[in-house]
Write a protein that binds this ligand. Sequence first.
Ligand code: SF4
Length: 464
Amino acid sequence: MSDENEPVKTICPYCGVGCGLKLSPGEEEGDVRLKPWFDAPVNEGALCIKGGASTEVVNHDERLKEPLIKEDGEFREATWEEAYDLIVSELERIREEYGPDAMGFFGSSKTMNEENYLIQKLARRYGTNNVDNCTRMCHASTVWALRTSLGMGAMTNSMQDLEDEADVYWIQGANPGEQHPIANSQYFKQAVLEGATVIQVDPHANKTTRSFDIHDEDNRHMHLQLEPGTDVPLLNAVIKTVLGNDWHDEEFIEERTEGFEHLRETLEDFDKERAAEQCGVPLEDIEKAAEKYAKANNAAIFTGMGMSQHRCGVDNVQNEINLSLITGNIGRPGTGVNPLRGQNNVQGTCDVGAMPNVLPGYQLVDDDEARERVDPGAVHHGGEPPDERTGRQRGQATLRGGTGLPGGPGHLHDRDREARRRDPAGDLVGRAGRHGHQHGPPGPADARRRRRAGQHPPRPGHPL
Ligand code: SF4
């Protein structure tokens, strides 16, 4: 029999690192006590300041505990029966009057896989692909680049194998020192202490720069402080440098890639000097960084929203993938292209298909066989995937008076005040289910402990 005072294991509700923590009831009703979860696979009990403050939301004054329905411009509390009746009748009315594509469904990257799976299923059962989640604002472009080039829109490696095996950390458009503190302190910094090299590519000197003490005179780590929006020319210059010096991996390219000759041809007339000028980074620094990456035993790329949140977000990430492919830095521990995700379950929300263009498992919505696989016998065909602009317009319209479905962290936000009704969603204490974290499949659970105990093979010397 379970003891209701026994701490419950859960996941920090903030970033995609997925740190585990334990919660138990406090002395006062509604109070929650946070305790370390020492065996948590990602963080082994450690939390950053955000995780440490995560229980503040639980007993917040504005936490929603009952559904709200707006009448005469004011919200009133409603029963769940009323709320569900309204949802169903409005969905039916809208579909009847305007067709299924007049509806939009928004999953939440702070809720569980099961719930997001159901919301995309609900949308598609109603006959529309108008379903999305906050990845639209963060890593949708990364997911698409990874999916089209590598078949899966997720980190290619686990945090543990990256810590254990990567000799070069190429961190572009990401600031893990600030945004993913436990990944930075528990994994990246540990690797650096054992000899790994950091190449930061970012317009800003930030907490990540300071956390690795990267400075101009540093011969080991580098910060390529490029002009905003020049990631593609910088990566083209890196790739051309690699090819020009024969640092590419011919065997890997031959066996595992396609389109290499096309890539080479497109760079034939590419002017590296001009690109370096455009980037505002000395060409010799770009070439040095290219050499460090290409000559590493294992080099890993970490990519963040500084790469994805551009008109050319897919191209930015595609170029990172190309760099990893031509040097053979993918498909083994300590390598790959690894997006650092923003919300705690944005990875899982995408994995289960709460996106307009993909079904669960990143199967394309216009693939008839895939549709049959995920929903055998369903008669609907599903609407067209909305373009981004249309989706945004519809979202705004919904918030101005449409019907909202349960989601979010269970608090009333400014945007919710415009909606016609708002249902409380559970948060880190209000639901059970599964998350999909950015760190991918766990490595050996006790690898770090083994290394700390001196039982792990030493890291090869850092290159250059
Ligand atoms: S690193 Fe991310 S998941 Fe871990 S405690 Fe901090 S905010 Fe939470």
